[in-house]
Design a protein around this ligand. Structure first.
Ligand code: CAA
Length: 261
């Protein structure tokens, strides 16, 4: 199947994952209506496609994405933003995607770019990565979940500092603060993200989706509710062939052959 998009490059890999590269180099991958629409369409097209069990989302060496497209937004009226429900569709498509999305971030991840990276399940950053919510410099505020997800990721002190001063956080600070899961050398970024995606794609897709659902539930529930939800979902995994296969393979000292059943 051909993936023809004007702002995305898609590579599908035989080991069950796809690399999606944001491709608007002339605008440092700024998120415009076309790009966010295409990203949403791609995710929808692979939602039920078993050959794509994990996604790596990346940009260029200079920019993952430098934010929402300021030139597209600048003249919008409130009625346009409200009726168009600015980026809600793209936000919801990424947020509701049930398979893992790894953000591989090099260079700028600012404003909507930082928000898009945080919407992914985890972030692998290159040493050159820079994260920020500089909307305040434009007389506005984050609009794709940044004030909420950044605060949950790094806590109030750093989130407030970044949103109010508009300063950027480098990769080392982002790792210390818990915003990114790993920092790697720039030339190793894609290999590291691909290896993580291949590892995930080789697991039981049912267990992968359950693990993603459980970690995300931690942001929406009390600890007691979350623990009960986890226990029930853990119990329910024993209904699947993949649990029998995974445990039998361990006992028989062989590699499991998961079927997603
Ligand atoms: N929107 C539209 N175009 C952008 C852009 C953006 N967010 N960011 C960069 N570009 C464009 C520039 O206008 C420039 O285009 P031209 O060559 O046609 O002038 C091109 O990309 C290269 O950018 P620079 O020349 O500025 O590159 P630089 O290396 O000097 O600076 C930068 C890089 C510090 C990232 C700078 O481009 C910058 O500050 N960009 C804006 C960052 C920003 O404010 N992001 C938040 C946007 S608002 C938002 O995202 C709201 C929300 O939450 C939903």
């Amino acid at each position: 199947m051909a993936d023809a998009y004007s702002t995305l490059l898609i590579e599908r890999h035989a080991d069950g994952y796809a690399v999606v590269t944001l491709n608007r180099p002339e605008a440092l991958n700024a998120l415009n209506t076309t790009l966010t629409g295409e990203l949403g369409d791609f995710l929808e097209s692979v939602a039920d496609d078993d050959s794509v069990r994990c996604i790596v989302l990346t940009g260029s060496a200079k920019a993952f994405a430098a934010g929402a497209d300021i030139k597209e937004m600048a003249d919008q009226a409130y009625a346009d933003m409200y009726r168009g429900n600015f980026f809600a569709r793209a936000h919801d498509r990424v947020a509701s995607f049930r398979k893992p999305i790894i953000a591989a971030v090099s260079g700028y991840a600012l404003g909507g770019g930082c928000e898009l990276a945080m919407l992914c399940d985890f972030i692998i950053a290159s040493e050159t990565a820079k994260f920020g919510q500089p909307e305040i410099n434009l007389g506005v505020a984050p609009g794709i979940g940044g004030s909420q997800r950044l605060t949950r990721a790094v806590g109030k002190a750093k989130a407030m500092d970044m949103c109010l001063t508009g300063r950027m956080m480098d990769a080392a600070e982002a790792e210390r603060a818990g915003l990114v899961s790993r920092v790697v050398a720039s030339d190793a970024l894609l290999d590291e993200a691909r290896a993580a995606a291949a590892k995930i794609a080789g697991q039981s897709i049912l267990a992968v989706m359950a693990n993603k659902e459980l970690v995300n539930a931690a942001f929406e529930t009390t600890l007691a509710q979350g623990v009960v939800f986890e226990r029930r979902l853990f119990h329910s995994l024993f209904a699947f062939d993949d649990q029998k296969e995974g445990m039998a393979a361990f006992v028989e000292k062989r590699k499991p052959a998961f079927t997603g059943r």
